[in-house]
Design a protein around this ligand. Structure first.
Ligand SMILES: Nc1ncnc2c1ncn2[C@@H]1O[C@H](COP(=O)(O)OP(=O)(O)OP(=O)(O)O)[C@@H](O)[C@H]1O
Ligand SMILES: [Mg+2]
Length: 268
């Protein structure tokens, strides 16, 4: 009887120890699970940050490569003015190399921000410089100076307006028409730069998707075989990064009207 009692007491003690050990193990598993979960979240956060960083770099790279094509074209036109044939040919060769590199760069990546401070930009002089480059290429653009000053990032604004102007000059003319006109004005607390062409405009159903990457309409492919469908997306990103808005609409009298609106900070 005493032996049976002893065995029973030993069994109970062993069972109690097992239960205690199991509870300890369960608590440990819980702590470890929480630690693993924390580490998983930290890893996911780092991964997301890295992904964003890579995407930002890619966007910046694509945008700069894209917008480099305009000054390269301008330099090519300017080089035509060189008298010495040999020098001109060398210049052309160098620019062709640069062009190829930019195209190559664009093919390796799949819109955008260079750090610039807001600066007071005198729109008459700023647009005047863009117009001289376009005139060099033989285009006619109407612009009436309005004496406006806007707080903007000058290079970003130049790239944005340059892309819109390139489009207006490329798609927006139909022979003997009214050409391209630029107007600047203040409206609703914003400074507006309006670029209007006299081309066919864009079907209303397509307007909303023009800023999506690689969207090109049929006439775009025909008139500009080398286009990439990136210009408007980059332009919108450049304008929005300055607190502005890009609006694209068909003008009541025909042609596309592109408006860049930037906050009017002159009085603040
Ligand atoms: N002023 C315009 N008039 C008519 N269609 C236009 C005009 N501007 C743009 N589009 C249409 O919108 C499309 C997208 O323009 P976007 O500037 O983004 O790309 P792209 O001009 O084709 O190429 P790129 O990347 O070289 O600028 C063009 O292919 C064209 O079909
Ligand atoms: Mg374009």
């Amino acid at each position: 009887m005493a032996l049976a009692l002893l065995v029973w007491a030993a069994d109970r003690m062993r069972a109690r120890m097992h239960r205690r050990r199991r509870r300890q193990l369960e608590a440990e598993v819980q702590v470890r699970t929480a630690e693993v979960e924390q580490q998983k979240q930290a890893l996911e956060h780092t991964q997301a940050q890295l992904q964003r960083y890579v995407e930002d770099r890619e966007r910046l790279f694509t945008a700069i490569s894209h917008d480099l094509r305009t000054p390269i074209t301008r330099l090519k036109l300017r080089s035509e003015l060189l008298d010495d044939d040999d020098v001109r040919d060398e210049f052309h060769d160098d620019l062709d190399d640069l062009d190829m590199m930019v195209k190559g760069a664009l093919q390796t990546v799949k819109d955008t921000d260079i750090h610039e401070n807001l600066t007071a930009v005198r729109l008459d002089a700023f647009i005047g410089r863009l117009l001289r480059s376009a005139q060099l290429a033989g285009h006619r653009i109407d612009f009436t100076p309005a004496g406006l000053v806007v707080q903007a990032r000058p290079l970003a604004l130049k790239r944005a307006i340059g892309n819109l102007l390139d489009n207006a000059l490329c798609y927006g003319h139909s022979g003997d028409d009214g050409g391209v006109a630029i107007v600047t004005e203040r409206a609703g607390g914003m400074v507006c730069i309006r670029i209007r062409d006299h081309g066919p405009g864009v079907p209303e159903v397509d307007l909303a998707r023009l800023c999506e990457p690689h969207v090109r309409l049929d006439h775009g492919r025909v008139q500009n075989a080398g286009g990439l469908g990136l210009g408007l997306g980059i332009t919108r990103a450049l304008v929005e990064a300055q607190g502005g808005v890009l609006r694209l609409e068909n003008h009541a009298d025909g042609g596309l009207l592109a408006t860049v609106m930037l906050p009017d900070r002159t009085d603040s």
